[in-house]
Design a protein around this ligand. Structure first.
Ligand code: PEP
Length: 255
């Protein structure tokens, strides 16, 4: 496995936290912590209204700013939605699609995840596609089937060239915000399954180059073990990304 060839990406998902002024302070604190740590890319995905303040605070630092979602239409009568072009013009480089909270609370489906991913890629964004099983699916022994299907559907119609700007985040739903973390072995196994699906679809070279993150209660205590696994190329981090010291320790663990 060519883990060294892949870019480790440590991404924060702030969810619905922080006002613009708080965002400015938090981005600055994290940027200070991330300075000179070139062993991974650092991305902070923030609420839409925080984007201008976050982009301003991240200017000239090693931190990139992402959004937490994007709509799939270019423009039109979609009240409350934000397009990829709007994000790009604001200085956003990354966008999360298909987060389990969007799937669970906002009717996100594999089809809309795919459409959002394609819209982000068409605008030149790097897209972080989230997949992961719920607890009942893991307990029923169908994790591999669920995650493989979500991966295939999310990538439908995406070319090998576009795949270069795709990151997949394996996020077992039972581990998100619960304090329960997948073991390093579980995370590695499922990230490996995802890589296998990508190899089937695009070939070994593309699969070897793909960054696959683990997400689900990653923190300063468990990050090193998770990130050491051959198939785990970074983390998507919720709670701990709101704490500069904890997030900084995760960045250190990725060096
Ligand atoms: C997430 O929001 O993607 C996440 C993994 O959250 P947490 O780290 O809080 O479990």
């Amino acid at each position: 496995m060519n883990k060294e060839k892949r870019t480790a990406v440590i991404a924060g998902n702030w969810k619905m936290n922080k006002t613009p002024s708080e965002a400015k302070a938090l981005v600055s604190a994290i940027a200070e912590r991330a300075a000179g740590k070139c062993g991974c890319e650092v991305v902070l995905c923030v609420p839409y209204v925080d984007i201008p303040a976050a982009v301003e605070a991240a200017a000239g630092t090693d931190v990139k700013i992402g959004a937490e979602n994007v709509h799939f239409k270019e423009s039109g009568a979609y009240t409350g939605e934000v397009s990829a072009a709007m994000l790009v013009e604001c200085g956003v480089t990354h966008v999360i699609v298909g987060h389990s909270e969007r799937r669970q609370y906002f009717g996100e489906t594999d089809t809309t995840v795919n459409l959002r991913a394609k819209a982000g890629l068409a605008a030149g964004l790097t897209v972080i596609i989230c997949v992961g099983e719920v607890l009942e699916q893991r307990q029923s022994g169908i994790t591999s089937e669920v995650v493989s299907m979500q991966t295939k559907l999310a990538l439908a119609g995406i070319s090998a060239e576009e795949l270069k700007k795709v990151i997949i985040a394996y996020e077992p739903v039972w581990a998100i915000g619960t304090g329960l973390t997948a073991t390093p072995e579980q995370a590695d196994e499922v990230c490996g399954i995802i890589r296998g699906v990508v190899a089937e679809l695009y070939g070994d070279e593309c699969a070897e180059a793909l960054t696959i993150q683990y997400g689900g209660s990653m923190n300063d205590k468990n990050a090193a073990e998770l990130l050491a696994k051959v198939n785990v190329d970074g983390g998507l981090i919720g709670g701990a990304s709101l704490k500069p010291d904890a997030f900084g320790a995760i960045i250190d663990a990725a060096q």
